[in-house]
Every structure is written in C-alpha cells, then in structure tokens.
Design a protein around this ligand. Structure first.
Ligand code: GLT
Ligand code: MN
Ligand code: MN
Length: 390
C-alpha cells in the first residue's frame, strides 16, 4: 500500500530557501552547517516531495551582485526549478539583514533609507515576477524600536502605508499581478516591531489605496510568541478574505523565536489549525517557515522538512476522522439549543417584526444557564482522535 502521508503536489507544500538553507547560526553561536546552494536546495525539495520554493532577493542574488552575475544566477536557478518540477509561489525582500536597515526600512527616519528600501523591494518584485511568483510577502522585521524616543509610532504607520501604496502601484504598472501578504511579529530582532499581530495588519490594510491587493501572511510562531491563539488570527484573516499565505511552524509561547518544525511543540493547536485550513478549503501554499535544530546535519535538515509535511498530513487525516466521528457530530448538533424547542430564531437582517417578537419573548434565563455544554466530553473525544485511539 502506498504511504498515505506522502506529500503530493496538490498539497502545495513549500519551503523558503532560508529555511532548509538555515545554517544554525544563533546569537550565541556560529554556523554549524555548510551553505546550501539554491540549486541544491531545489533538488532536495524535489527529492523529499515538496511543491514550491520561496525566496528573499538575497537568498538567491547577493546584495552587491552586478547585473550579469544576477542574470546568470537567476537563469541557473530557474533551470533547476524547471528540471525538478518545483514552482516559486512566493517571493519576498530582505529588509532586515544589511546594516543600512538598523533603524528600519520603510519606517526609517532617514528618507534616503526609505527610498532605498522601496528601490530594493521593486527589484525583488522584478525577480519574483521573473520566477513566476504571484504572492509577495512583506515582513517588516526591522520596522520597530528599542526606544520610542526615535519617532512617533503613528508616523511609522503613515510611512508604512506610503510604502505599501507605492509598491501596489508598481505591481499594477508592471502588470505583475502580485498579491501582497503582510507578516506580523511582536518583537525580535527589534525590541518591539510595529504591527505586532495579524489583527493589527488587518486593520491597517483597510486604510490602503489598494486594499484588494493586500492581505496577510500569519505565522504560527509569531502569534504564539505573543501568547495569542493563532487559529483565531488565521480565522479572522480568512473570514475577511485576507488569508493570502501562511507560515507554518511551531513555538513554545513566551520564548525566543524558535521556528520549530510544524506541530512539534503544540500539537493540539496545530491540529485545530490544519482542520480549519482544510475545512474552509484554503487553496494557497502551505509554507513551512521553520528550520532544523542546530544539532542537525544535512540529513537532519531533510528529516526536519519531511517531518513538517508528514505531521501536516497526519493531522489532516485526524481532522477528517474528527469530522466523520458520529459521537462528535452528535454533540456538535446539540449545541445550538434548537432541540430545546425555542421559537426564537436569530435572523439577519434586522426586521421590525422580529425585533418586536424578540422584545416580547420571555426567556427562561435560569433554565438556560443550567445547561451543561459537554465540552469536556467533546475535548476528550478530540484528544482520543488526536492520540490515535479513536
Ligand atoms: C525571516 C522571518 C520570517 C519571515 C521571512 C520573510 S524572513 O526568516 O523570521 O518569519 O517570514 O521575510
Ligand atoms: Mn515567517
Ligand atoms: Mn519566525
């Protein structure tokens, strides 16, 4: 029998060059793995059954590359993608590594740096478009502060808006067809990063000149770093029609940015997230933005990447089982109180007839308050599905 947890192209699993290429450097220790050339990363992703590869401009093209060198590198990379049947669904720009961005990029106080950040992003959009990407992620890792003495935060928001509006115009003008996906993170590398949560970005997007072109890229670990429920953030994005991309990984709440293998730290949260994405029919890339433990060699990196996909597929199978479980479905169907014989429906939209009927209704408040919800039982059934005994 074929492996039911083997990844397939239609699962749309992708990895960033910076994820499988992560060399294990951290603030206290140097690299432990050799550089993984982009073309080798593509070959490896094909070998393990992934569908796509994502990149920052400088994951592929060195920041100081001359035009001819750039063209050679891009051609070679595009060739490798084609040979191995790997697509480039998403591209992004590195606005955080180079020292020029120490005070931020789009929000930096120095207007020349803001202009350079725009220029660098447009060049990265050219690259992404050339490789076929239709999603452009913007993660403002350096857009933040250690001291709020540096600028008023509302000024930073205005600068960010100007930048995103400018980039939307560029995509329209060049006919790239990009959808921008804004990625939030509460802190690290800055003491505080502006737009700390996905919810903050959802509010910001509505103030843009082209809100229809801009959505979000929630990252599991970034919400969890802030102690938030990532499922709720993802659900709000989905409900608003703004879930353009997703970064799957894992993290113990309250710790540094761990970027662990998907599902490895909070398996129950991962289960609800996979179940949600599958139930609603999210059709975008399932991108793993994580990296292997520092203890690993190249084989360990493959184990890490395979593990991300396999855990997703196991959780998907568990979610289907949960949905098909008659006892679980029975509990769900009793929740809304219809069985209690109430005549009061809650229709939308508001009508005067319904309003008057509702105002005239006598509720058995004490009786309603007594009803147990059976969520203990439901959660235990969930745990048993998840633990494989059901
Ligand atoms: C960086 C960060 C990620 C972002 C990437 C996109 S780069 O590794 O930690 O969360 O998604 O810029
Ligand atoms: Mn990310
Ligand atoms: Mn992260």
């Amino acid at each position: 029998m074929s492996d039911p947890y083997a990844p397939r192209r239609e699962d749309k699993f992708s990895f960033g060059l910076w994820t499988v290429g992560n060399r294990g450097r951290d603030p206290f220790g140097d690299a432990v793995r050799d550089p993984l050339p982009p073309t080798a990363a593509v070959a490896m992703l094909a070998e393990i059954g992934a569908w796509g590869v994502n990149l920052h401009d400088n994951d592929l093209v060195p920041i100081d590359a001359a035009a001819a060198e750039r063209d050679r590198i891009v051609k070679e990379f595009a060739g490798a993608c084609e040979r191995h049947g790997i697509v480039v669904p998403m591209a992004t720009v590195n606005l955080f590594y180079d020292p020029v961005f120490r005070d931020g990029a789009f929000t930096a106080n120095d207007r020349r740096i803001r202009a350079y950040a725009l220029q660098k992003t447009m060049t990265a959009m050219d690259l992404g478009a050339q490789l076929g990407a239709k999603i452009f992620v913007l993660w403002g890792g350096r857009e933040g502060t250690e001291t709020d003495a540096c600028r008023r935060p509302d000024e930073a928001i205005k600068r960010l808006r100007e930048a995103v509006d400018y980039l939307c115009e560029y995509s329209i003008e060049r006919d790239f067809g990009f959808k921008f996906a804004l990625e939030a993170k509460p802190n690290e590398p800055r003491g505080d990063i502006y737009m700390a949560t996905t919810g903050a970005y959802l509010g910001f997007i509505e103030t843009l000149a082209h809100p229809e072109m801009v959505g979000v890229n929630p990252e599991v670990a970034h919400e969890q770093m802030a102690g938030l429920n990532v499922l709720h953030a993802v659900a709000q994005a989905w409900e608003a029609g703004k879930l353009f991309h997703i970064d799957l990984n894992d993290q113990m709440p309250g710790r540094y940015d761990q970027d662990f293998r998907f599902g490895s730290a909070n398996v129950k949260s991962a289960f609800w997230l996979v179940k949600f994405l599958e139930d609603v029919g999210y059709a975008g890339p399932r991108h793993f933005d994580a990296h292997a433990y520092r203890t690993e060699d190249l084989e360990g990196v493959k184990d890490f990447a395979r593990g991300c996909m396999r855990t997703y597929l196991i959780l998907r199978e568990r979610a289907r089982r949960w949905n098909a479980d008659p006892e679980i479905q029975g509990l769900l169907s009793e929740m809304d109180g219809k069985a209690g014989g109430s005549e009061v429906a809650i229709p939308a939209p508001h009508s005067s007839r319904h309003r008057e009927a509702l105002l005239a209704t006598t509720f058995d408040r004490a009786g309603l308050a007594k009803r147990g919800m059976a969520y203990e039982h439901l959660d235990q059934l969930t745990m048993e599905v998840l633990l494989g005994v059901r």
